[in-house]
Design a protein around this ligand. Structure first.
Ligand code: IVH
Length: 670
């Protein structure tokens, strides 16, 4: 890479980091996971290491946090509030010690104060003459925001010290956090407890802060007048005597082996702790050594944060629930003790199917390792059988549907000559409540009728209120009743009415897909629609039951034909299709083979404005273009919306694919 390209790439990453810092520290609303953030920071530091000319004073090595918000009065910390370097492996710890020995120019026996790293936000409390005079956030490490009144609402923070031998002036530092149980009440507003604590603490009005139970654990000091402390552990003991809360898991360890063992044990039991811990902090206990080692520009040389895995965690199964899907498939889901995996609170893990439970012998109450990597649904990696209760029993998968009580079966696949791994409810028409609800959710979904403002929650709600029991009920809603419901008003009801009205004009392809026939997804619906050309032909085939006609269609096989036959052997399904055909205006969308986008492949990343993905896709198809689902050499254009996935943009650029905005796409269409 040329020098100017390296600089451009570096600046791009740095700007991205700056934006994420703002979202994390100032807005308390990060949009990327902690692990992605750590990776970005690591990449920048790697680049600086490789290309020394990149070093500058905006480097993450020099900058901590984000400048204090203008909404708060500022406070210059007497001693800067710096960050900690991270360690992820044994090697990182060995390097950490090596650097210490090099700096001190000798190998010595070290004692470490080991402290859980609570995932909250740090605060510095200044006491003068035993009275709390300032409570300040970290800000950019040098200057913080004065949030004294907000901090005073926290019961763990002493406002006055009532014991002798308290320094005349001292900055006591620690972590403000919210307990997992209290976070559950706020989980719709914030992604994780840290963001909730940060958002609550930085409210303009302390009365707002007061509403949320925040906690404080003290762990270090900034400035101390006449400091006589010799050890961190001694300081922690005094904090307790003075009336501060300290962490009950704090301990002293003296070599890397002990640190690793304790870290492993702690990681295995952290789900049991009532607050989020994202690692352990190791600090050299001897304050004289700490003084000698001092700081780099962003972190102390005498401490390190040993983080827990960012994509897996150990937790415990509280319950195994069986969910029933649209096609009657019974999916077991483990309800687990919530754990924070890389900034996301995970409370459910899929167990896939009955066979998977059997294969891994997963039981109620088991301690398990779950993984949440990328966009994959959290799943169980392994069961720790050594932690299993000796009275635990093999999980018995239900023989009957948990929703309607009907028999469940495993289908025999004549091609593979094997029984399906998935068990299904045999009552897969509208006889089973759960299946019906899921069918209606499918009917209104993006790729189907795409009814704006009619989400999954609305379906559940309307179902419970007996407003809808079949898809066609959506077009005969009692709006007078809806307007009086909690959360609905004139505007939202009018919007709903309009989007339902709009959805009545639907393509044949979307209509076929919306019915929810097993094995007839978006692509097959399109093939059938192109073959039939109008809804009357579809109704004729249903009436005469000659689905075999579809065998002529390239892409439709026995599996699809059998599924269609089975689906329409149920009279309710036939009636629903007939009724809907009378309500809706169903038109076959002729493929335009001479549109301006002929032979051009598109892909989207990020949120589009004023148009859904599904609509944009259909717009492209109407103009003879095609949409792809991954970046590859066949792609011609990557259309970027708001917050695009950087990886996709980079990949596209490196393959020489044109990256265009939504406006540029519209221009192409003109
Ligand atoms: S000591 C100069 N001790 O971790 C070192 N920090 O990335 C000052 N944290 O901003 C920090 N638990 O919010 C220290 N026992 C602990 C901690 C701890 C959590 C947080 C703190 C700090 C961040 C460093």
């Amino acid at each position: 890479m040329k020098k100017d390209e390296i600089i451009k790439n570096y600046n791009y990453k740095l700007k991205e980091l700056f934006n994420h810092n703002k979202l994390y520290y100032d807005k308390s609303k990060p949009i990327i996971s902690d692990s992605k953030y750590d990776k970005l920071k690591y990449d920048i530091l790697e680049l600086e290491n490789k290309y020394k000319f990149l070093k500058n004073n905006k480097s993450p090595d020099k900058v901590v946090g984000y400048k204090p918000s203008r909404s708060f009065e500022k406070y210059k910390h007497k001693v800067p509030m710096l960050s900690l370097s991270n360690a992820f492996s044994k090697n990182d710890l060995i390097n950490f010690e090596k650097k210490i020995f090099n700096y001190l120019n000798k190998n010595i026996k070290l004692n470490y104060s080991v402290e859980p790293k609570i995932d909250g936000i740090s605060a510095s409390l200044t006491y003068k003459n035993k009275k709390l005079v300032y409570g300040v956030s970290r800000g950019d490490g040098l200057t913080g925001e004065v949030i004294t009144e907000n901090l005073k609402t926290i019961k763990d923070i002493p406002k006055k010290i009532n014991v002798p031998n308290f320094p005349n002036e001292i900055e006591i530092r620690g972590e403000v956090f919210i307990k997992k149980g209290d976070f559950l009440k706020l989980k719709n507003e914030f992604a994780n407890p840290r963001n909730a604590a940060s958002g609550t603490l930085r409210q303009k009005d302390p009365n707002e802060t007061k509403k949320i139970p925040l906690n404080f654990v003290a762990y270090t000091f900034g400035f101390i007048q006449n400091n006589t402390f010799k050890f961190q552990s001694e300081f922690l003991k005094d904090l307790k005597k003075w009336g501060f809360k300290t962490n009950k898991h704090n301990k002293i360890l003296s070599n890397i082996k002990q640190l690793i063992n304790f870290h492993k044990k702690f990681e295995e039991t952290r789900f049991d702790i009532d607050y989020d811990v994202d690692g352990l902090v190791y600090k050299i206990d001897d304050l004289n050594l700490q003084n000698r080692l001092g700081f780099t520009s962003s972190a102390p040389r005498w401490a390190i944060a040993h983080k827990f895995s960012a994509d897996s965690a150990i937790t415990k199964i509280k319950n195994i629930e069986i969910q029933v899907g649209r096609t009657g498939a019974l999916t077991p889901v483990a309800k687990v003790e919530p754990v924070n995996i890389g900034g996301v609170i995970v409370a459910n893990a899929t167990l896939h199917n009955e066979d998977e439970i059997k294969r891994k012998d997963i039981r109620l109450g088991d301690v398990i390792k779950i993984e949440r990597a990328g966009d994959v649904i959290p799943h169980v990696i392994e069961v720790d059988k050594t932690k299993r209760d000796k009275n635990s029993k093999i999980f018995k998968f239900p023989d009957n549907c948990p929703s309607c009580g009907s028999k469940t079966i495993k289908e025999f696949n004549t091609t593979t000559k094997k029984y399906d791994a998935v068990r299904r409810c045999i009552n897969d028409g509208y006889g089973c409540e759960r299946i019906s609800i899921e069918k209606i959710k499918h009917f209104i979904s993006k790729e189907a009728l795409n009814i704006d403002g009619f989400g999954k929650k609305v379906v559940e709600n309307f179902w419970n209120l007996n407003l809808i029991k079949k898809p066609q009920d959506i077009f005969a809603l009692d709006y007078k009743k809806i307007i009086s419901l909690d959360g609905w008003g004139e505007l939202s009801v009018n919007n709903l009415k309009n989007s339902i009205e709009k959805s009545k004009n639907v393509s044949l392809q979307r209509f076929i897909y919306s019915i929810g026939i097993r094995h007839i997804g978006v692509e097959n619906s399109k093939l059938i629609s192109d073959n039939l050309e109008n809804i009357s032909n579809f109704l004729k085939i249903i009436k005469n039951r000659n689905f075999k006609k579809f065998l002529n269609i390239d892409g439709i096989g026995e599996t699809q034909i059998n599924s269609l036959k089975y689906f329409f052997s149920n009279q309710t399904n036939v009636d629903i299709v007939v009724e809907l055909s009378l309500i809706l205006n169903i038109k076959h969308q002729k493929l335009n083979k001479s549109g301006v986008l002929i032979n051009k492949n598109f892909m989207f990343t990020g949120k589009l404005s004023g148009i859904s993905r599904a609509e944009a896709k259909s717009l492209i198809e109407k103009n003879s273009g095609t949409t792809l689902s991954s970046v590859n050499r066949n792609l011609d254009y990557l259309v970027i919306g708001e917050k695009p996935t950087k990886r996709k943009v980079d990949q596209a650029k490196s393959l020489g694919i044109k990256v265009i905005t939504q406006d540029e796409l519209i221009k192409l269409l003109n």
